[in-house]
Design a protein around this ligand. Structure first.
Ligand code: ZN
Length: 342
């Protein structure tokens, strides 16, 4: 927590706002950082700049660095486009944690959860889905990564409503598949609630409440965010706000529910492909939604499930037993058998 006294006049008078770079800015930042990196001729830096909206300068530096590391790990002398793409995913979604062990059921549950997000995102006007995966990354068990097509400086009401519907897609898919739900959607519900509350209280996007902002952040003692937030509205208004937030969320929940129920075949096609391929690209998703099957090879190194481990253990136990038995045979029957065979 920073003491606001730090910002009293005479201390830090000159303040600069560093906004996130736009596409041209990202291009120049990438150019600076790639100067000392041996890059393959075919690498298209412009497409990298286009494909990284929302990245900060530090993210881009990190991406170039990771790409060089990935290339070096594979003993390449030059960094290829694919290295940049994996580095971008790493910066965007966190490091893959393929070594985590789940039960088969948990994996299937995650696959349906992510497929739910993906399908709702495809069928409303959300940002394009960049990638969807059931490999845990960072703290997430699975991930549906959407990436805007271009730089975004503000969002519309309909876009925000679509976002809320997409966030509910995961929970609903679990429910439709198993008739039961998990804690995996906790973060989604958090984010959906925050968006709906902001729509009502900050962005004036609710018709019944009107374009008023509530809960103005007063001058609290510390800069550490909402520690002290004086309530600048009546209890009656608070009730209205709660009702409105709930209405927005329920409407989007029902909307996502309808979308997933009506497109169950597409949902299960994406989920089943996720179980086999673990990560799907945007073109994979389009193929599956078009009713076709994926023809590429599934990954060689797959996630290990608890059942796989148990099977492996059983196999090695059986082998050990067989070896022990054979050894017994050798010592007990070996000499006898010599003369007794036909
Ligand atoms: Zn989710």
């Amino acid at each position: 927590v920073l003491d606001p006294a730090m910002l009293r006049p005479g201390r830090f008078d000159r303040r600069g706002v560093v906004a996130l770079p736009d596409m041209a800015g990202r291009g120049s930042i990438i150019a600076v950082h790639t100067k000392k990196v041996p890059i393959c001729d075919g690498v298209n830096l412009d497409s990298l700049a286009r494909g990284t909206p929302g990245f900060s300068g530090a993210d881009l530096a990190n991406m170039v660095n990771e790409a060089a590391l990935i290339a070096a790990k594979c003993n390449k002398t030059e960094v290829l486009q694919e290295d940049f793409e994996s580095a971008k995913d790493k910066v965007l979604m966190g490091t893959e944690r393929k070594s985590m062990i789940f039960s088969k059921h948990e994996l299937i549950n995650t696959a349906y959860h992510e497929a739910g997000h993906t399908l709702v995102a495809k069928l409303v006007n959300a940002d394009p889905v960049h990638k969807v995966t059931i490999i845990p990354r960072g703290r997430a068990l699975g991930l549906t990564q959407m990436l805007p097509e271009e730089d975004r400086y503000s969002v519309t009401k309909s876009y925000t409503l679509d976002q809320i519907a997409v966030l509910y897609g995961g929970r609903i898919a679990e429910d439709l598949k198993f008739g039961d739900i998990t804690t995996g959607a906790g973060n989604d519900i958090d984010r959906a609630t925050e968006l709906a509350r902001k729509m009502v209280c900050e962005w004036g996007m609710s018709e019944s409440i009107g374009p008023i902002s509530f809960g103005k952040k007063g001058d609290s003692i510390f800069l550490g965010k909402d520690i002290q937030q004086p309530q600048d509205y009546s209890a009656k208004t608070a009730e209205k706000i709660d009702e409105e937030v709930k209405r927005i969320m329920t409407e989007q929940y029902d909307r996502a529910y309808k979308i997933l129920k009506e497109n169950w075949d597409q949902l299960s096609a994406i989920a089943e492909a996720l179980i086999v391929y673990e990560t799907l690209s945007s073109t994979d998703i389009d193929t599956l939604m078009g009713g076709d099957k994926l023809t590429r090879e599934p990954p060689k190194v797959r996630m290990t499930t608890r059942e796989d481990l148990a099977n492996r253990q059983q196999k090695s136990n059986e082998e050990a037993e067989k070896k022990a038995k054979d050894a017994d045979k050798d010592t007990l029957l070996g000499p006898l058998a010599d003369g007794a065979t036909d």
